[in-house]
Design a protein. Structure first.
Length: 131
C-alpha cells in the first residue's frame, strides 16, 4: 500500500492526475483492509484533488467526503491530526480553501485536545499557507 501511495504522489507531482487517481484508489482500498484509516483518508483526499484537477467535480466531492468518513474511524490522535492536515492540503490544492481552513483548524483543535503541543504549534504556523 505504501509503495502505491508513494507512486501515486510521484505521478501527481509529474502532472499525471489520471494515473495518480487510480493508484490512490488502489492504495486506499489496501489501507482500509489493513484498518489504517488515517492513511486511507489521505489517499481519498488526494484522489479528490486529482479528480478536481481533471474537472470531475462530483467525483472530487465524493472523495473528500470519503476521506472525512474514514477519519471518523481513526483511533490514534496524532495520526488523525496529520491526516486532517493532509486533507486540508489536498483541499487547498483542489481550490477548496474554506474546507481546507476548516480542516486545518480542526487539526489544531484535536492536536491541542490530545496534548500534542509541538504538532499544534506546527499547524498554527501553517495557517498562513491556508489563508
Amino acid at each position: 500500500a505504501g509503495t502505491l501511495f508513494n507512486l501515486a504522489g510521484i505521478r501527481w507531482k509529474a502532472g499525471r492526475p489520471e494515473d495518480a487517481m487510480a493508484l490512490f484508489a488502489e492504495a486506499q482500498d489496501l489501507y482500509v483492509e489493513q484498518e489504517q484509516y488515517e492513511t486511507a483518508a489521505e489517499c481519498a483526499a488526494w484522489q479528490g484533488a486529482c479528480a478536481a484537477r481533471r474537472g470531475m467535480r462530483r467525483s472530487s466531492l465524493g472523495s473528500f467526503a470519503r476521506a472525512e468518513a474514514l477519519l471518523v474511524k481513526s483511533r490514534e490522535p496524532a495520526m488523525r491530526v496529520e491526516a486532517l492536515r493532509n486533507l486540508a492540503d489536498a483541499e487547498r490544492t483542489a481550490g477548496r480553501r474554506a474546507a481546507a481552513r476548516r480542516h486545518l483548524e480542526l487539526a489544531i483543535v484535536q492536536a491541542r485536545a490530545a496534548r500534542l503541543p509541538e504538532l499544534a504549534a506546527k499547524l498554527v504556523g501553517e495557517r498562513k499557507t491556508f489563508a
